[in-house]
Design a protein around this ligand. Structure first.
Ligand code: NAD
Length: 304
């Protein structure tokens, strides 16, 4: 199976280092023209981190330009998108990757930090995607990739803000998967695990040799490719392993909606409601077992 990019143009946010740098370099190696966005500067030289990645890409003959705007305002996000249009005349791929951490337990977290994390991760992805959306819809081709995290998908102590932001993206994705599909604008999420500046203090030493951030980029590159045909899905990637994350609706119980339903009835059925047997996947736009449940108690009165 081939993986192709027909003169595509990508933006990778937060691409001055870590995962974003690897995504930008791999896309550029596939012939994609890349906007390398990052607000960061190297600690010693103060040189913009994005510039070094652009130089690396140009050194192997790739096409790249730098952008230094922060993703966390709508105006700056417009400038990031405009950089792609001005430099390369179009935009096909948006990899929302920029991020920060402000880890504290919920009892101790300052709300200003909570809001900052939401603004960079969640609103940053929203601002950039919102600015890119009209271009993608109009040309009937687009690939949007979100960077989520197990801190949201599974939860993690001390990461309530980060986890909330990363799960907020999943709600955004589920809705945009529906809105983009007929225009061939596909949106998916990657949940990575890698050794970067963000995680250098937290990864166990015995795993570090396996956590090359470059091992995440092949999944991002496939989701960005012309051949990608999935939307609204979450992919886990770490240490050369890839899997799909999903959530499910259990079989549960159905009471008669026209009779009284009491807390006692819920209490008596709670084990059945929680039982994970016969799960069905929740997919964008689906009402799950709603019809099946109402039919079971003779309350589905819709015309056939
Ligand atoms: P990193 O710190 O190396 O990279 C993040 C980059 O984003 C930095 O270069 C930083 O300068 C840039 N950035 C921060 N705020 C920005 C802003 N407002 N506008 C533009 N750029 C900004 O960390 P990383 O591990 O490469 O993280 C990349 C993404 O992956 C993040 O969204 C992170 O939450 C996510 N993630 C990483 C891991 C992991 O194991 N490394 C796990 C789960 C999720």
């Amino acid at each position: 199976m081939t993986v192709t990019y027909d003169n595509r143009v990508a933006i990778v946010t937060g691409a001055g280092g870590g995962l974003g740098r690897e995504h930008a370099i791999l896309l550029a190696r596939q012939g994609v023209s890349v906007v390398v966005n990052d607000i960061g500067a190297h600690p010693e030289t103060q040189a913009p981190m994005a510039d070094r990645v652009v130089d690396e890409i140009r050194a192997f003959g790739g096409k790249a330009v730098a952008n230094y705007d922060s993703v966390d305002t709508a105006v700056a996000a417009q400038r990031i998108i405009a950089t792609a249009i001005d430099a390369f005349g179009r935009l096909d791929i948006l990899v929302n990757n920029a991020g920060i951490l402000r880890d504290r337990s919920f009892a101790k977290v300052e709300l200003a930090d909570f809001e900052l994390v939401l603004r960079v991760h969640l609103m940053g992805a929203i601002y950039c995607t919102h600015a890119a959306w009209p271009h993608l819809i109009e040309q009937k081709h687009g690939r949007v990739i979100l960077t989520t995290s197990v801190a949201g998908l599974n939860g993690n102590f001390g990461q309530s803000a980060y986890g909330a932001a990363k799960m907020g993206m999943i709600g955004l994705m589920n809705c945009l998967a529906l809105e983009g599909r007929k225009s061939n604008v596909l949106i998916n999420a990657v949940s990575p695990g890698a050794q970067t500046r963000m995680t250098e203090a937290v990864n166990p030493a015995h795993l570090v040799p396996y956590l090359d951030p470059a091992l995440i980029s092949p999944m991002v590159a496939w989701l960005a490719s012309d051949e990608c045909n999935v939307s609204g899905e979450i992919f886990w990637a770490a240490a050369g392993g890839f899997a799909r994350y999903h959530y499910f609706e259990t079989e549960g119980v159905q009471f008669d909606p026209l009779a009284s339903v009491t807390p006692q009835m819920v209490a008596e059925s709670i084990d059945t409601i929680r039982d994970l047997k016969r799960p069905i996947p929740s997919v964008p736009g689906s009402f799950g077992r709603f019809e099946e449940r109402l039919r079971a108690v003779g309350r589905w009165d819709a015309p056939e």
